[in-house]
Each structure stands twice: as structure tokens, then as C-alpha cells.
Design a protein around this ligand. Structure first.
Ligand SMILES: Cc1cc2nc3c(=O)[nH]c(=O)nc-3n(C[C@H](O)[C@H](O)[C@H](O)COP(=O)(O)OP(=O)(O)OC[C@H]3O[C@@H](n4cnc5c(N)ncnc54)[C@H](O)[C@@H]3O)c2cc1C
Length: 356
């Protein structure tokens, strides 16, 4: 899977991990349960907020006195759109998505990190085959616009939604298909009419071109079916880009249990917000998971090694970082680690979360 960025990609990603207050210029109703937020990027931050189609930002919001962090992808394309826009869809019972849709208005300010992420087009001239489900259209829409505007690549999109009224960017996609009849085809799949997608829905897309570049973003079951079908059809996994909106456990780690389990004789010390604690490490558990076991509310967001929200400084010992799509080589050399992806490899490890 094309999940880990190359060193060059990582170098190209934002080095500024701070939150910047951005003013909301406009709020756009997309569907009954999705809204776009156009953010004003001040001139002095324009370079830091330069982005590639498919990337995302992390917002920090305060709800009932609690700081919450969530990632949202840009639905705008840096190559087509003048405005910088994210699109949020309600998640039933979800804290931040509902709060943003209900409470944020033009003129409000929202804390935002610089763009990050590697769910982006490679420099190729092959077909682009994209699969989007629900809010997964957000980064895919940006990628589609960029591919059409800056390349001569053909773009094929399978876009699944519950029903016709839930289709985000339907009119814009129709307009793009009219403008590029030989280069863009959009196949809509509506669950209420056709049931959930299955292998038969996906297979024709797998066979479009052997060397196509594939993009998948949507709810976990949707992504599992698409990915599984592509792999069954022997699509090269290196050509498949996946953006997960829900955290996936890092490879070769296990979820920690609340009960005391076996330890690997490693002692982990974590400092956060003036509190210091040391515990025995549970095999396979990440530093972030260990901090949570200690009862610390360590910062985190994507939990897939892409956003750097969970970064902390390693002041003693070594860790293995499974995925790093966010820190530069210099930052890693300075001792910064992504705690959601880091597992200790020495008998003692000491990590400090610095106040941001
Ligand atoms: C890289 C990336 C890009 C993303 N881009 C977008 C985007 O462009 N657009 C978009 O809409 N989303 C996007 N997301 C998803 C987004 O970050 C949020 O995860 C999403 O909006 C849900 O957040 P929430 O705070 O509303 O829900 P949460 O409060 O995190 O809840 C999520 C789910 O858990 C359930 N839940 C919450 N608390 C409990 C509990 N105590 N017990 C049981 N269940 C519980 C909720 O009911 C809900 O179903 C992206 C995510 C990532 C990682």
C-alpha cells in the first residue's frame, strides 16, 4: 500500500506543526448533513499553508471546556480554486463534526495546522481510478480537479452514497464531466437503490488499466471491499493510495488492555502537562497508547502517522516508528517521534510531550 511517504515526500510536507487561528470566510451548505468551510489564509501564512490535492489539516476546537482535535481534508484544489476549503459531514453522535456544522459561522476563527498527508497524485501519466464513499469524496474531489487541470490523465470515479440527497459535490462533478467528456467518468452508486457496493461493483474499475493509480477513501467497510477486490484482481499494492478517516492500529502492534497484562521489561516514562509517570510497557503498545493507559490525555488526531498532532520528544532510549508521513528528517534527528506510531526498542524510554 502506498501509505508511507518517501524521504522526499516527508521533506516536502509542512514543518510547522503549530495551530494557527484562521477566520472562516464563508460556510457553504453542501447537503443536509455536510457543510464546507472556506478558510482565510493570511498572506504571511500562505507559504506554510501551500498544499497538494488530497492533503488535510487538523482543527483544534474547544467544546464544553475540552480541547478536541480532528483532521479534515481540503475539498478545494490548490491548482484550480482560489479559496482554501474543507468539507465536514456529520457523524451521528460525533462531537466535532456536529459542533462545526451547528456552531461555526462566517467570521468565527478556528485553530488549524498546516496541511499534511500523502494521499496525493504521483507524477505519472496513467489513468486515475478513485473510489469515494460519503465524506470520502472530500480529498478525492480535490484530486480529481487537480488531475483534470494539470495533467492529461483520464479519471474514473466510483462514488457511493446512501441516497441521491447525500451526494456532496454532485453538481460540480456533473459540470466537470461535461467539460471533460473524454477524460472524466463518474459512476454514482446509491445504497438505497443498489444495496452496498460489492466485488462485482468494483471489479470493472480494477480492470481499467494495469498501470492505473488507485485512490480509496470512505467508510471502513467500503474501503475494505474496494481494497480487497483490487488486491484479488492483482492490482499492484504500491499503486493503491488509501486515506483512512478512522484510526487504524499501526502494523504489528496490539491494542492495550486496561487490565495489567504481560510486560516486555521495558520501562516507559512520559511527561505531559507537568505530570510525569513511569510504567511497565505492554508488548506492541505504542507510546500514545501507553500515555492513555497512564490516564494522560495525550494529543492525537489521525492516529495513522500523518498529522503530527501526537508528536513528542524522545529524550532517552529508542523507538521504532512504523509510519512517518509527517516529520522531516531533521525533526526525527532532533528526537521528535510520532507517538501513535512508536513502540519502544530499548529497556527504558522517556518521552516528553511539549506544550503546543
Ligand atoms: C486524514 C483524515 C482526513 C479526514 N477528512 C475528513 C473530511 O474531509 N471530512 C469529514 O467529514 N471527515 C474527515 N475526517 C474524519 C474526521 O476527522 C472525524 O473523525 C469525523 O468528523 C468524526 O469526528 P467527530 O468528533 O464528529 O466524532 P467522534 O466524537 O470522534 O465520534 C466518532 C464516532 O464514535 C462514536 N462515539 C463517540 N464517543 C463514543 C463513546 N464514548 N462510546 C461509543 N461510541 C462513541 C460516535 O457516535 C461516532 O459514531 C478525516 C479524518 C482523517 C484521519
Amino acid at each position: 500500500m502506498a501509505t508511507a511517504g518517501s524521504a522526499a515526500q516527508v521533506q516536502a510536507l509542512g514543518r510547522d506543526h503549530a495551530f494557527h487561528p484562521l477566520r472562516i470566510a464563508r460556510v457553504v451548505d453542501e447537503t443536509a448533513d455536510a457543510r464546507s468551510f472556506v478558510l482565510e489564509v493570511p498572506a504571511e501564512l500562505e507559504a506554510a499553508f501551500a498544499y497538494r490535492a488530497g492533503q488535510f489539516v487538523t482543527h483544534r476546537v474547544s467544546i464544553d471546556g475540552q480541547h478536541l482535535l480532528r483532521c479534515y481534508s481540503m475539498s478545494s484544489s490548490p491548482d484550480v480554486d482560489d479559496e482554501f476549503q474543507v468539507t465536514v459531514k456529520r457523524v451521528p453522535g460525533g462531537a466535532v463534526s456536529n459542533w462545526m456544522i451547528d456552531e461555526l459561522h462566517a467570521g468565527d476563527v478556528i485553530d488549524t495546522t498546516c496541511p499534511a498527508g500523502v494521499f496525493c497524485l504521483d507524477a505519472e501519466d496513467t489513468d486515475v481510478v478513485a473510489f469515494a464513499g460519503g465524506s470520502g469524496i472530500t480529498p478525492v474531489f480535490s484530486i480529481v480537479k487537480t488531475a483534470l487541470a494539470t495533467t492529461s490523465r483520464r479519471v474514473h470515479l466510483l462514488y457511493a452514497n446512501r441516497d441521491r440527497d447525500s451526494i456532496i459535490f454532485g453538481t460540480e462533478l456533473d459540470r466537470l464531466a461535461d467539460q471533460h467528456p473524454d477524460r472524466l467518468d463518474v459512476v454514482h452508486h446509491l445504497d438505497v437503490e443498489q444495496g452496498f457496493i460489492d466485488g462485482d461493483t468494483v471489479r470493472p474499475f480494477a480492470g481499467i488499466a494495469n498501470d492505473a493509480e488507485f485512490f480509496i477513501c470512505g467508510p471502513p467497510p467500503f474501503m475494505d471491499i474496494v481494497e480487497g477486490t483490487l488486491i484479488d484482481r492483482r492490482v499492484d499494492e504500491a499503486r493503491i493510495h488509501i486515506e483512512r478517516f478512522t484510526p487504524a492500529a499501526p502494523a504489528s502492534t496490539t491494542q492495550p488492555s486496561d487490565e495489567a497484562g504481560p510486560t516486555d521489561k521495558t520501562r516507559v516514562t512520559i511527561e505531559l502537562g507537568g505530570k510525569v509517570d513511569t510504567v511497565d510497557h505492554h508488548p506492541g503498545t505504542t507510546i500514545l497508547q501507553t500515555a492513555r493507559q497512564m490516564g494522560m490525555s495525550a494529543p492525537s488526531s489521525c492516529e495513522s502517522g500523518s498529522c503530527a498532532t501526537c508528536m513528542a520528544r524522545l529524550v532517552e532510549g529508542h523507538v521504532e516508528m512504523f509510519v512517518n508521513n509527517a516529520l522531516t528528517e531533521d525533526e526525527v534527528a532532533e528526537g521528535w517521534v510520532l507517538t501513535c506510531q512508536s513502540v519502544p526498542t530499548t529497556p527504558t524510554v522517556h518521552v516528553v510531550y511539549e506544550e503546543g
